[in-house]
Design a protein. Structure first.
Length: 212
């Protein structure tokens, strides 16, 4: 009896501590890894050497975030966009860097750009009657079929990798809007349905008619 109780306490503690510990570990790994990029620049100021190593790493990481933000501000302007186009063309022509650059560019576009283009989390009866698939509206503009019906472009991501999937033009009457946000919908897909939050019931749906 005592052993079973201690075992239950241990498992409860493990379930509680493990997500927190892994989160702290991953965050610190990212900060320490990226902080090394500008660490030599920070150490040019000799007084910084007297600070604890962890503080130096955090300062280097914050400087990197500031530098990335400044680059983003520059890239948002006309001159910056022209410079980026030139850099993109140059990287596409380099024999060794071309494959790495192309793969990295596709990954960043899928994670950041395509995600920001998703409009609503919807449900469509697919691949057969009685089964439903989670999808995302890529545009709130409708497409008119030859018979007069209206439809929407819906992206169906694959689990657990939401960067891949397929695009379908679905009639309006076959689409049901859910109460899920884009983040909740993506979390549901990535986790394969395991990361269900409270208040996630797909029964809280409404017709998509009248959206466009």
């Amino acid at each position: 009896m005592l052993f079973n109780r201690l075992r239950r306490y241990f498992l409860t503690g493990l379930v509680t501590v493990l997500p927190i510990g892994l989160t702290i570990f991953v965050l610190w790994f990212i900060i320490s890894s990226l902080g090394k990029i500008l660490r030599p620049l920070v150490l040019w100021q000799h007084w910084v050497e007297r600070l604890p190593p962890a503080v130096i790493t955090i300062i280097s990481f914050l400087l990197l975030l500031i530098a990335i933000t400044l680059i983003g501000a520059l890239a948002s302007g006309i001159v910056g966009r022209q410079i980026l186009v030139g850099i993109d063309r140059l990287m596409q022509r380099l024999p060794l860097a071309r494959s790495v650059y192309s793969s990295t560019r596709q990954l960043t576009d899928a994670v950041f750009i395509k995600r920001s283009s998703l409009r609503k989390t919807v449900v469509v009866e697919y691949p057969r009657p009685g089964l439903f698939a989670i999808g995302f509206l890529t545009s709130e503009e409708t497409v008119e079929f030859a018979d007069g019906r209206r439809g929407y472009f819906v992206f169906f991501p694959t689990a657990p990798n939401p960067t891949s999937g397929w695009l379908a033009l679905v009639p309006e009457q076959d689409i049901t809007e859910t109460s899920l946000s884009i983040e909740e919908g993506l979390k549901l897909v990535v986790s394969g349905g395991l990361a269900r939050t409270s208040g996630l019931p797909l029964l809280r749906t409404k017709s998509l008619k009248g959206l466009g």
